[in-house]
Design a protein around this ligand. Structure first.
Ligand SMILES: [Cu+2]
Length: 508
C-alpha cells in the first residue's frame, strides 16, 4: 500500500481525520511505560536524552523503571546531526515512528492508510503552528489533547508559535552537491562526510536552514530563563514534541524535492554513505517496530520513495535562481549560457580562504558587528572568476561561523554581509546571508562530550550577495562588514560566541 503524506494545513479542517488519528496514536504511545521501546519517551530518547534536563522539565522521574541496558545501547542517542547521514537517518526514524502510530491507529479501528502529515511553514498563511497543536483541548472540549505542549514558546518566548520564514533562505535547495567539502566551502545540501555522528560539528545546508531555524524558533526558551529550552529547541528534548514529526516530514519532503529538481541532483554514491556507519565498523541505524520487532536500515535503502511505499502530495520545485540565470546576470551572453548553463551545475571542489575576522566574537545584546579582512590576492582571483574571465563556472562564496559555542540552544540570529555604514539591517533584506539557530550547541560546547567543546560550525552560501557586490564594483575592498542580529537579545549568561567569522571561495 502506498501512503501519501499530506500538508497539515490542507486537510480540510483543524481536526481533520489524519490529525485526529495522529492525536489518538500519540496518546497510545504516551500511555506506554518509558521502559517499552515503542513508547513516546523511548522514541524521543532515540533522538537524544539528557536525564537531568528531562527531570528538570518533569519528563522523567528518578524512581521510574528504566529500559534495559541492551535496549538503551542499541537504540538511544542515534540522531545524526552535522553529518551526511542527517537526512537518511531521520527518514528511517520517521518511517519507524509512522509505522508505530499507524499500528496504534489501526488497532483503534482507524484508517489502514494513515500517514504522517507534514508542516510546510513556507506556504503563504501556513507559518503558524497548526491549531490542533496549539490548544490543550480535543475538538470535543476535553482538555488532555496529547498534541499540545506547554514548553513550546515561539520566537519571542510569548507562546505565539510560528516560523518567521521570510528570514530564512532556501539556498541549499540549489546546491548542486549532496555532500559538502570538509571545511570552508559548501557544507552540501545534505551535510559533510562523517562516521556515525550524534552531534557533528559542521551542519549541512538544509540542516542549517530551515531545519535548525524551525527547531529553535518553534521551541524558543522559557521566558523566565533563556537557558531552559522549549522542547523543540534542544536535540535532547525535541522528539518529545508532537510537532517534531511534522517538521521533520517537511525536511524529508525537501530532500525529495531537491533530488527531483533538477535531475542532476543525486545522492552520494560512496559505499560509506550507501552502507552507512556499519561500513566502517560503527553503530547501525536501528528502530523498535510494532509487535516487538526491530529494524536496521542503511542510507542506501532510504533513497527511493517508491520502494519505501510513500510519497508527498506536493513535490514541486522551490528553486528561485538557476545556474544559467546566474551566468547571464554576471554577463555571459544568452547563447553562451545555453552551452555553459548545462555544465555550470557542478562547482569545483577547490576551497580557499578569502579572509577572516580577528579572533573570537562574543554574541550578546541585540546586535554585534565584526569585519572580515580580505586577502587582496585571493579577492582578485575571485573577482576574475566572477568576471567570467577564466571561463567555466564562476566561484561560489561561503560565510563560515566557526566554532559557535554557548549554553542556550534556542539562541537564533540573522547574519548580514556587506551592509553600508550606519545602514539598518531591516532595510536591506538583499544583504541577509541567512539565519541560524544553535540547535545542539549546548552539548557541542561541553568538553566532556564527543567533540572536546569545539562547538558548531554553520556555513552560509553568500554567492548571490558577493555577485551583487561584484556587479556594483563594490568588491574591491579590504574588509567586509558582517552583522549578527539576534531574534531576541542574548544575555551574557548564555555565553554565546563565534570562534571565527571567515569567508571562503569554492571553485576550480
Ligand atoms: Cu530535527
Amino acid at each position: 500500500m502506498q501512503h501519501t503524506r499530506q500538508n497539515v494545513w490542507e486537510l480540510g479542517g483543524d481536526w481533520a481525520d489524519p490529525i485526529l488519528w495522529y492525536a489518538r496514536g500519540v496518546r497510545e504511545m504516551k500511555a506506554r511505560a518509558f521502559s517499552e521501546p515503542t513508547s513516546w519517551r523511548f522514541y524521543a530518547s532515540m533522538h537524544g536524552i539528557d536525564q537531568q534536563l528531562w527531570q528538570q522539565l518533569g519528563q522523567l522521574s528518578s524512581s521510574e523503571p528504566m529500559p534495559t541496558k541492551a535496549a538503551i545501547k542499541r537504540f538511544w542517542k542515534q540522531c545524526q546531526h552535522g553529518s551526511w547521514y542527517f537526512l537518511p537517518w531521520h527518514r528511517g526514524y520517521l518511517l519507524a515512528f509512522e509505522a508505530n502510530i499507524r499500528d496504534a491507529v489501526i488497532k483503534l479501528g482507524g484508517p489502514e492508510d494513515w500517514a504522517l502529515p507534514y508542516w510546510n511553514y513556507f506556504k503563504p498563511k501556513q507559518s503558524k503552528l497548526p491549531p490542533a497543536f496549539a490548544s490543550p483541548k480535543w475538538p470535543d472540549g476535553q482538555d488532555d489533547n496529547p498534541l499540545f505542549v506547554q514548553e513550546r514558546y515561539g520566537p519571542n518566548s510569548d507562546g505565539n508559535v510560528h516560523v518567521p520564514v521570510t528570514q530564512v533562505n532556501l539556498n541549499a535547495m540549489s546546491d548542486p552537491d549532496f555532500a559538502g567539502v570538509a571545511s570552508g566551502g559548501s557544507p552540501g545540501f545534505g551535510g559533510v562526510d562523517t562516521g556515525f555522528e550524534h552531534g557533528g560539528r559542521v551542519h549541512g545546508g538544509i540542516e542549517t536552514q530551515p531545519h535548525d531555524w524551525v527547531h529553535g524558533l518553534v521551541g524558543g526558551s522559557d521566558p523566565q530563563n533563556q537557558q531552559i529550552p522549549g522542547l523543540m529547541s534542544d536535540p535532547d528534548t525535541a522528539g518529545l514534541d508532537s510537532i517534531f514529526w511534522l517538521h521533520h516530514a517537511n525536511i524529508d519532503r525537501l530532500w525529495e524535492v531537491w533530488r527531483r529538481n533538477p535531475s542532476t541532483h543525486v545522492d552520494p554514491t560512496h559505499a560509506n554513505w550507501i552502507k552507512g556507519p556499519t561500513n566502517i565498523g560503527e553503530r547501525a541505524f536501528s528502530m523498535p517496530m510494532p509487535n516487538g520487532k526491530s529494524w536496521n536500515y542503511t542510507p542506501g535503502e532510504m533513497t527511493d520513495l517508491l520502494q519505501l511505499a510513500y510519497t508527498y502530495d506536493d513535490l514541486s520545485s522551490v528553486i528561485k535562481t538557476h545556474a544559467g540565470e546566474r551566468l547571464v546576470r554576471l554577463g555571459a551572453s544568452a547563447a553562451a549560457n545555453a552551452t555553459e548553463g548545462a555544465t555550470a551545475v557542478s562547482s569545483g571542489k577547490n576551497v580557499e580562504l578569502v579572509g577572516a575576522n580577528r579572533g573570537s566574537l562574543p554574541i550578546t545584546g541585540s546586535e554585534v558587528r565584526t569585519s572580515v579582512q580580505l586577502d587582496s590576492g585571493v579577492r582578485q582571483k575571485l573577482s576574475e572568476s566572477l568576471s567570467l574571465a577564466a571561463g567555466g563556472a564562476p566561484d561560489r562564496v561561503f560565510l563560515n561561523l566557526e566554532n559557535v559555542r554557548g549554553l542556550a540552544d534556542s539562541t537564533a540570529f540573522q547574519v548580514y554581509v556587506g551592509l553600508p555604514d550606519g545602514a539598518s539591517p531591516a532595510d536591506h533584506p538583499e544583504r541577509l546571508a541567512g539565519s541560524v539557530a544553535l540547535f545542539g550547541v549546548r552539548k557541542a560546547s561541553l568538553a566532556n562530550e564527543e567533540h572536546a567543546g569545539q562547538g558548531l560550525t554553520f556555513v552560509l552560501d553568500i554567492t548571490n550577495i558577493v555577485d551583487e557586490l561584484h556587479l556594483n564594483n563594490a568588491l574591491n575592498i579590504d574588509t567586509l562588514p558582517v552583522q549578527i542580529v539576534p531574534v531576541k537579545p542574548v544575555t551574557e549568561d548564555a555565553q554565546v560566541s563565534i570562534g571565527r567569522v571567515s569567508i571562503f571561495r569554492q571553485g576550480r
